[in-house]
Ligand binder design. Structure first.
Ligand code: ADP
Ligand code: MG
Length: 357
């Protein structure tokens, strides 16, 4: 069958819906609206970082992620080993976001003849390195040729006790909004790599100038998953009320928690943890540092909420920052700037903030 651009119904042409107007989440919603659930063991299906499946005294967590050349990675500056490591880590991060322990993964490849076996050896060296670090068993996958480029799909299985699992939908008004580590550096790392790529494209004799940006480039090319947070929180006696990993940027992830938990939020701009050097670099790129955190993504830190009563327990935990609190849904979703302005949080995070440059 040949694909038709437009379907004709009688004489009138029916306009087809473009994917751009639906957006990623609109598309997922549209595609999955007729999905039924046949098994009571399926505790959570679509809509969280991982599906949750009842397995008696524990639950199984299941998640999958697809990385496509030209969309998610650029082999001009992404070494194969790092790519393999990152493909594994982004999946492990989704298990961490459910407060689970990663256990097994499968890896599927669609690869064009442009690639050598040696390149794929490197890719697998990176995957195995991540499996060793996070103690995950690589238990299978699938391999296919591809017309063009490289695509890697990783699926991961994790485990947790039923009462340990943290969903996106448990936040309540008044809960504290917290984040691990710092944000925005992966995005600045990407900008540096893109800049050096364009210099290289103009003059291939130019060597990329990457020294002094180790942290930012490392955050982009070789992220880590925060599987350590589970034990850290266990040690403080806190169970988050909701949690998500930051793959797309702080703004978008906050909106997911708000939507799924039916709450609003107040985020305080000056509280967003950003590495000092990243802050300076952002300014060089004429980007408000908080915008790099809000819209950049790929930091793979965890964003979570805790009950207000846990304030004393969480306020001094190293590596965790309270950046705001949740409100009633009717109060909206706002970022408060240091001079007290309220800016609506949007998925791109750009609109309201661009004017301030
Ligand atoms: P994450 O950023 O944590 O990887 P996504 O934003 O990719 O999660 O996906 C959101 C939810 O939608 C997840 O529960 C995911 O499993 C589900 N999902 C994404 N794409 C599809 C699809 N093509 N079919 C069914 N479910 C999907
Ligand atoms: Mg996720």
């Amino acid at each position: 069958m040949f694909e038709k651009k437009e379907k004709k119904t009688g004489d009138s042409k029916q306009r087809l819906t473009s994917l751009a107007e639906l957006g990623e989440f609109g598309l997922i919603e549209r595609l999955t609206k007729h999905v039924k659930r046949y098994h009571a063991e399926t505790l959570k299906g679509i809509g969280d970082d991982a599906a949750v499946i009842d397995a008696g005294d524990k639950v199984i967590l299941l998640s999958t992620d697809l990385l496509v050349e030209g969309i998610h990675f650029d082999l001009t500056y992404m070494p194969f080993k790092h790519l393999g490591y990152k493909a594994a880590v982004v999946n492990i991060s989704d298990i961490a976001a459910m407060n689970g322990i990663p256990k097994q993964m499968t890896v599927s490849l669609a690869v064009s003849s442009r690639f050598s076996a040696e390149a794929l050896d490197e890719l697998y060296a990176g995957i195995v390195m991540a499996c060793d670090k996070y103690k995950v068993d690589l238990v299978g996958g699938d391999t296919s040729s591809n017309v063009k480029g490289l695509a890697i799909s990783v699926s991961i299985v994790g485990e947790a006790k039923k009462e340990e699992v943290v969903y996106r939908n448990g936040a309540g008004a008044g809960d504290l909004l917290c984040v691990t580590g710092d944000l925005g550096s992966a995005y600045i790392g990407l900008l540096i790599l893109e800049r050096e790529k364009s210099v290289f494209q103009v003059d291939p004799n130019m060597q990329p100038e990457l020294t002094g940006f180790d942290y930012q480039i490392g955050r982009q090319l070789r992220p880590e998953a925060r599987t350590d947070i589970r034990n850290l929180l266990l040690g403080t006696g806190i169970k988050p009320t909701s949690m998500i990993d930051i793959s797309d940027g702080l703004a978008s992830e906050i909106l997911h928690l708000c939507k799924q938990s039916d709450v609003g939020c107040k985020l305080f701009e000056e509280k967003i943890p950003i590495d000092e050097h990243t802050r300076e670099l952002a300014k060089e790129y004429k980007i408000i540092p908080s915008v790099a955190a809000l819209s950049g993504g790929e930091d793979y830190e965890l964003l979570f909420t805790v009950k207000q009563d846990d304030y004393e327990k969480i306020k001094d935990v190293a590596g965790i920052t309270i950046i705001g609190h949740m409100t009633a849904s009717s109060e909206g979703k706002y970022m408060i700037t240091p001079d007290g302005k309220s800016i609506p949080i949007t998925a791109q995070g750009w609109d309201g903030m661009r004017e301030r440059q």
